[in-house]
Design a protein around this ligand. Structure first.
Ligand code: ZN
Length: 412
């Protein structure tokens, strides 16, 4: 599947520090220094049945900071992302609105590409749909079968979590919490015939009126978790650097993805698991079921500068849960006008220390709010907000603009 076009990113004359990230599995801040200078990143993609909302945008902009921090530290990055272009929510929505599910998936995936392009998110090298990865999924299920980790309930295939000695090591959730969350996130703990309520579907046999594909296990379609295991294994191999996604993927999705790959290969899935916080609106987590969504495309259609959307996202640490407000968006619009005014001067306050500090705070668990504060400090000094303007650095503006783009993805 085609990704979206890559923005031009300036190359900085200074090299950033090595990156450290908060790892969900260990609860620690850990260095994510790639072997051989080549980082491998997987971030779980969308199920394309609706437009990109701010919760999605915050996740992809958050991991875009990681991609950029690695590049600024001098590393190459291979980035893979999936599109769950066949799954229950997509089929349910298509049936509800009376549209072909393929058409709905294509339309919403294209809108997502446009949103990511407008927000200057670096595209993945491998952007892979669930449908096109079915041969990979079948191959991985065969390996799991050979490892004795698969059983049948009626015509569906399940992954036995008991086959995974490391089960639970990614989320660290107690079993009671797993049992509580599982049905809320696509699981079916109460289905008769399962060995463990937490076992998840690998292959869902054909149902009347649903699309299916041939397989050695009969016609059907892939489960959600095996899709990401198969795609990441194909494009990134095992023990890749970072598995990322929203914090609602901590369990069961990332736990199961890790289990599938680890049981099939005997090797680690990802070295580090990183998770972005949830975005609320009107007092509740932004979600399709609540209907309290703020769409990137709707704001773009209202002539909101996408850089103001991005700046609003950057003002919140990627791991924090926060609430989107229109007031903050409009404040970002004003902030960008002030920043552009300072950059238009050409000369300004000394840029060197600001650039080094921006790279440093971003390398330390992607602290974008701190980076935004540092830029604001340079703007204030350059415009003389708190006294006399400092314009002793004659090429400051160009260098600040370059780090804004290369590190924060803000092109002004
Ligand atoms: Zn995934």
């Amino acid at each position: 599947m085609r990704a979206w076009p890559a923005p031009d990113v300036p190359t900085l004359t200074v090299t950033g520090p090595e990156v450290a990230l908060h790892d969900t599995a260990t609860g620690q801040l850990v260095p994510v220094v790639p072997e051989d200078g080549h980082a491998r990143l997987y971030v779980c993609g969308i199920t394309p049945y609706d437009a990109t909302h701010m919760g999605h945008a915050a996740t992809y902009v958050g991991f875009d900071l990681l991609n950029r921090a690695w590049r600024n530290a001098g590393h190459a990055v291979t980035y893979a992302q999936n599109v769950t272009d066949v799954d229950d929510p997509l089929l349910e929505r298509a049936a509800k609105v009376g549209i072909d599910w393929v058409e709905l998936a294509e339309r919403e995936t294209e809108l997502f590409r446009q949103d990511m392009t407008a927000l200057r998110v670096l595209p993945p090298a491998h952007y892979t749909g669930a449908v096109e990865s079915i041969p990979l999924v079948i191959g991985l299920i065969e390996r799991l079968r050979a490892a004795g980790a698969v059983y049948q309930v009626e015509d569906d295939l399940y992954f036995s979590v008991a086959a995974d000695p490391t089960f639970g090591e990614e989320s660290n959730y107690p079993r009671e919490l797993m049992l509580e969350i599982f049905p809320e996130r696509g699981g079916d703990p109460d289905r008769p015939g399962k060995k463990d309520p937490l076992d998840c579907v690998l292959w869902r046999a054909e149902r009347p009126g649903e699309p299916s594909w041939p397989s050695p296990f009969g016609p059907g379609r892939p489960g959600w978790h095996i899709e990401c295991s198969a795609i990441s294994l194909e494009h990134l191999g095992t023990a890749f650097d970072v598995q990322g996604g929203g914090s609602d993927l901590v369990f069961p999705h990332h736990e199961m993805c890790a289990g599938h790959t680890q049981v099939a290969t005997g090797e680690r899935f990802a070295k580090v698991y990183a998770h972005a916080g949830m975005v609320a609106y009107d007092g509740e987590k932004m979600s399709k079921s609540k209907g309290n969504l703020v769409f990137v495309s709707a704001l773009r259609n209202s002539d909101i500068d996408p850089m103001a959307i991005r700046l609003t996202l950057l003002r919140h640490h990627y791991r924090s849960d926060w609430e989107w407000t229109d007031a903050e968006l409009f404040d970002s619009v004003d902030t960008l006008a002030q920043w552009r005014k300072a950059l238009a001067l050409g000369s300004g306050a000394p840029a060197g220390p600001v650039i080094e500090d921006v790279l440093e705070v971003l390398a330390a668990d992607l602290d974008a709010p701190a980076a935004v504060e540092l830029i604001q400090g340079w703007v204030d000094a350059t415009l003389g907000v708190d006294g006399l303007a400092d314009n002793t650095d004659h090429d400051a503006a160009g260098r600040i603009a370059a780090v804004l783009d290369a590190a924060l993805g803000l092109s002004l």
